[in-house]
Write a protein of this length. Structure first.
Length: 409
């Protein structure tokens, strides 16, 4: 499921082959596996309820609302409304499947295979970027790895793929240090280095920010000298934030697009990547049609009299109200608040082990960082990774019930 491979309609090899500037219709391999996963989840008939009842109820309600309303809109406005509506609830469908692997041995087997898949994605994009550097002497997309130039099956390499890589390496590290299964320390070091290089190759500021914030939270959670290091890192980041010209001077002539993006922070118009303008535009649309939003269609699809220049607000919370209206947005927001509460419980509980605590931190980072930078169209690719993080946070609550199989620390 975490494989960063995409299938493309019309591709002669099935895998995506379109360059970044000429993208065809592509979708992640995990989306093709989702129906099978749902069938497996139903057939196993697992009697154990692992998610808090409020999250389960609201997730089902939101899923039914998205599928039902987008089906209606697809007949009235545009057939693609159902496809967009389905994207909003993909993560909850994966959560349903994961609940069928509650047994300890089955879960460990699953998370081991999942980590291998995440590692494959990391090295796939690392090798692609490294080969491009070696063959061409530089990254050809203005300092970013060129989509499908070396290896096929790449899509959204500037948005969804780096997010999958960032949270994938977080899960791999959490599993290693929790000793959930046997793993090699040398391989872990190489994987972390490849992940860092892959994020740089994809030139994704969000993925970089995710990793930095996650590391700060981890240091704070462990206390002692590490907490001092966390505060020191925060001071450095704060100093950089109020003195962006220093970063601009350091990276002004960099050939890597990621460093060039960091240098552009000195430009006030590019500091937020135009996200403030996008949010202002879509809020006007929300005010115009608060109950139904854009009928699960992009705000630039000319469905309403008022249109935005961008296909979304680049903020999941604003987009939830924009795409699904007041009811859908409210359900989504409440679910995220409950997930944040669940994550904080995992982080602060004295009974949580390494895996539970660190995936709790990852979920906090996702809700506070990624959801404020993500766009809805990324969800099919990111959903499996997020669903696993949510699942572990809920699953590891068994440690608080005194289950010694799960309480390792």
């Amino acid at each position: 499921m975490p494989l960063g491979l995409f299938l493309e309609v019309g591709s002669p090899i099935l895998l995506a082959t379109s360059p970044l500037a000429q993208e065809g219709f592509a979708f992640p391999l995990s989306l093709l596996a989702l129906p099978l996963a749902v069938i497996l989840g139903i057939s196993r008939r697992s009697p154990i309820k692992i998610y808090p009842s409020a999250i389960t109820f609201l997730a089902v309600a939101f899923t039914v609302y998205c599928l039902a309303m987008s089906s209606i809109y697809s007949t009235i406005y545009a057939p693609t409304a159902f496809l967009y509506g389905g994207q909003w609830c993909v993560v909850f469908l994966w959560m349903f499947y994961l609940s069928s692997i509650y047994e300890n041995d089955r879960f460990i087997s699953f998370i081991k295979a999942f980590s291998i898949g995440a590692g494959f994605t990391i090295f796939y994009y690392f090798v692609s970027g490294a080969l491009e550097l070696f063959i061409y002497g530089g990254l050809q997309d203005g300092g970013r790895v060129s989509q499908n130039l070396i290896l096929p099956g790449q899509y959204q390499i500037a948005v969804s793929v780096p997010t999958v890589i960032a949270y994938g390496v977080i899960i791999i590290n959490a599993c290693h240090f929790s000793r959930l299964y046997s793993s090699n320390k040398f391989v872990l070091i190489i994987t972390n280095m490849a992940a860092a290089a892959s994020v740089a190759f994809c030139a994704a500021r969000e993925a970089l920010l995710v990793i930095i914030v996650y590391c700060v939270f981890v240091l704070l959670a462990h206390g002692g000298v590490r907490r001092v290091l966390a505060f020191g890192l925060l001071l450095v980041l704060g100093f950089i934030a109020i003195n962006p010209s220093m970063i601009a001077d350091i990276f002004a002539n960099s050939e890597f697009k990621l460093f060039a993006k960091l240098a552009s922070l000195d430009n006030s118009e590019k500091y937020l990547g135009n996200r403030d303008t996008m949010i202002k535009d879509v809020i006007i649309i929300i005010k115009e049609n608060p109950f139904f939003g854009t009928f699960f269609l992009p705000p630039n699809s000319e469905i309403l009299f008022i249109n935005a220049n961008a296909p979304s607000a680049h903020n999941m919370y604003v987009d939830a109200f924009l795409w699904s209206g007041l009811l859908g947005g409210s359900l989504f927001l409440i679910i995220c608040v409950l997930l944040l509460s669940l994550a904080m419980k995992r982080v602060l509980s004295p009974y949580s082990d390494y895996l539970g605590r660190h995936t709790g931190i990852a979920l906090v980072v996702f809700l506070l960082v990624s959801n404020n930078l993500n766009v809805p169209m990324r969800q099919p690719a990111i959903a499996p990774m997020l669903a696993v993080i949510i699942y572990i946070c809920a699953y590891w609550s068994s440690a608080e019930r005194g289950d010694s199989r799960h309480a390792k620390g």
